[in-house]
Design a protein around this ligand. Sequence first.
Ligand code: 13P
Ligand code: SF4
Length: 298
Amino acid sequence: MIEEIQALKKERRATILAHNYQIPAVQDIADLAGDSLELSRAAAALDSEVIVFCGVDFMAETAAILSPQKRVVLPVKGAWCPMAHMITPQQLDELKALYPQAAVVCYVNSTAEIKAKSDICCTSANGVQVVESLSEDEVIFVPDRNLAAYVARHTKKKIIPWDGYCYVHDQFTPEMVKAARKLHPQAEVLVHPECRPEVIDLADFVYSTAGMCKHPDINRAREYIIGTEVGMIYRLKKAHPDREFYPLSDEAICQNMKKTTLPDVLRALQTLEPRVVVPEEIAVRARGAIERMLRVKV
Ligand code: 13P
Ligand code: SF4
């Protein structure tokens, strides 16, 4: 099947992008496995005609918004991010009416319509830099309350959060961190900024998923406790085979990220379906918010 996928990929002039939480077999056949920022940058820069996006809905939508002339395919139609759907366009309008002077930053884990109503997007890798790049002193930050709280720690600007969250990261507790440290006393703790503030308080470092792979102090410790989705363990072991990585919880599984399998990727290449298309009147405004983010230096 891998050979079939590779041959068809060439024939279709396709690129396979995979998020770091994808199952190992899918990460391995991808041209690039990365975090949301790396994958958005790749989608904007690629010259292939087809992008097979192994991830969840908002990631493929972002690629389609950035490259409307390319055919973006999400191999499993029902692979979605629940957090991205925790704020509706009407709710955002109401929040904007309450704070008319505030800029609007939306986490890239949001729908195209929310992006279209925002001034700028951010990812977990650049939230602080995006907020700091704005001239406004007040910032509405949607939909993730935990990423909003993390950004608020690193800026003097007033952050107005929405009450969304990721069920995978929000389940981590300080007790879990303490228990994991007891089990692995030599290990350092890396967590994702979608974790709750009280979990972040106990971590050694806070990173996006790509940030974890590129941790500059990887030689500081031989063992690491990883506070994010379990797919990162495979990704990190591949990047650093001489280090040990333990999940903060074995139950931190994003069901939607696990939906895509090799037969789905093969079918996607054969049929070029299901295609992700964002209506141009929404895409044109959402593109502005994403491209503005891509211009912010990290
Ligand atoms: P990253 O951009 O850090 O990979 O995060 C995406 C995501 O969905 C985290 O849950
Ligand atoms: Fe969404 Fe959480 Fe899954 Fe990331 S891990 S895609 S934020 S549900």
